[in-house]
Ligand binder design. Structure first.
Ligand code: HSE
Length: 426
């Protein structure tokens, strides 16, 4: 039996979940992997705070050095969340020759280049399956199982909070603010929901997924980001009539060395596998030149699902004869060989509020035509707002800039733009 000594940085929900899972599976891990994990210290902010997990009080410390500088600790598990002090603590652990397992997408996305360099220099490992989509083994899939492929597209529902909100808006016909308020009341959305609803959480995760998929660093700052705050129940209802389901989608596509990376509300056709992912579940849909299409589905957050990924990393790290590191030049900026396309081609759902007068429709379609934007379908709904009527267009594939220019050219007395939502998966 090999004994591996570990230390925790943080012991809140995720740390507690990992402690409980390690306790519950110790026999199985010993039998199957021949490893006994011994938790030596857990760094916490307040050692006197009551904890839901029965972690022995003697293991708790509020001194980072008790975990980071203890030569007996082989592997440090980081659950602090956020950028700092998590990055500095992980760097210090790596410099002390330890291996790090982290569930922290922000620290990894922003400090990956620094952490990777120290891991390589000092011979430690850096494991982060839990940083993206909780229990779903998508990191391992990209780094190991799908290595024979050129990955051409990653499309994911990688934020559970927004998927929960959008699912309820669609089912109940309620507005965003109403559902968000209810989700906060139920503890399913944070009191400050910005990280989730404005797409930051998904952008951090997409930066990690796209970098691994394309073997080149895709910094979070290069990802186009739009949240769900301006989505109305009306958009969702009109989309439904047209066979479309709304999701906050993280999209990364590659065309040779040119990539497009974006997080925004997106309609997907009802028959697309991503359309049926509802509630707080996550899913990642991949396209690869050899495997074709594949989708991962599961719980992207929560104590036990996240602990499932952390403990799996821990076992892998403890058993690894040699640690694996990404092959791409892991630097702060984007890999120089990558080009970033922001004038992507997509299908667009466009809702206008139009004047109900002769000739207006022809003026509107004239603007689309002048910019090579071709209309695939159009629905006019009965008048609601004074003399204005809602008009919904779905385009054929068109370029972003052409669509935006066409909309800019429309005269406000003819039509005003209520919403523009991209459509993927057609
Ligand atoms: N807040 C995230 C979500 C989970 O709603 O999916 C942690 O990344």
């Amino acid at each position: 039996m090999r004994k591996t000594t570990i230390g925790f940085l943080g012991c809140g929900n995720v740390g507690g979940g990992v402690f409980a899972l390690l306790e519950g599976t110790a026999g199985q891990i010993a039998h199957r992997d021949g490893i006994e994990f011994v938790l030596k210290r857990a760094l916490v902010r307040d050692i006197n705070k009551a904890r839901s997990v029965p972690i022995p009080a003697r293991l708790l410390t509020d001194r980072p050095e008790d975990v980071l500088d203890d030569p007996q600790i082989d592997i440090v598990l980081e659950f602090l969340g956020g950028e700092q002090p998590a990055i500095d603590f992980m760097l210090r652990a790596l410099r002390n020759g330890k291996t790090v397992v982290t569930a922290n997408k922000v620290a990894l996305a922003l400090g990956w280049h620094l952490l990777q360099a120290e891991a390589q220099k000092y011979g430690g490992g850096l494991y982060y399956e839990a940083s993206v989509c909780g229990a779903i083994p998508v990191i391992r899939a990209l780094t190991d199982s799908l290595q024979a492929n050129r990955i051409d597209a990653v499309m994911g529902i990688i934020n559970g909070t927004t998927n929960y909100i959008l699912t309820r808006m669609a089912k109940e016909g309620k507005d965003y603010a109403q559902v968000l308020f209810d989700a906060q009341r139920l503890g399913l959305a944070e009191p400050d929901p910005s990280a989730d609803v404005d797409g930051y959480d998904a952008a951090y995760k997409l930066s990690i997924l796209a970098s691994l998929a394309f073997h080149a660093h895709v910094p979070v700052g290069r990802i186009y980001r739009e949240g769900i705050g301006s989505i109305s129940a009306r958009d969702i209802a009109y989309g439904k009539e047209m066979g479309l389901t709304l999701k906050l989608l993280a999209v990364a596509k590659r065309n040779n060395s040119v990539v497009e990376v974006r997080v925004h509300p997106t309609f997907v056709p009802n028959e697309h596998p991503l359309a049926s992912v509802s509630g707080a579940f996550n899913a990642v849909f991949l396209k690869g030149h050899a495997f074709g299409e594949m989708m991962f589905y599961g719980q992207g957050a929560g104590d036990a699902p996240t602990a499932s990924a952390v403990v799996s990393d821990l076992i892998m790290a403890a058993a690894a004869p040699r640690h694996w590191h990404p092959t791409f030049a892991n630097q702060e900026q984007a890999s120089p060989e990558l080009g970033f396309d922001t004038n992507w081609a997509s299908v667009y759902f466009i809702r206008l509020s139009a004047s109900d007068k002769p000739g207006v429709l022809s003026a509107i379609t004239g603007c689309f035509g002048a910019h090579e934007v071709s209309i695939a379908s159009m629905v006019q709904h009965s008048g609601i707002d004074n003399d204005r009527v809602p008009l919904v267009f779905v385009t054929h594939r068109a370029h972003e800039q052409s669509v935006m220019q066409a909309l800019k050219d429309m005269k406000p007395e003819d039509a005003t733009v209520e919403s523009v939502i991209r459509v993927e998966g057609r």
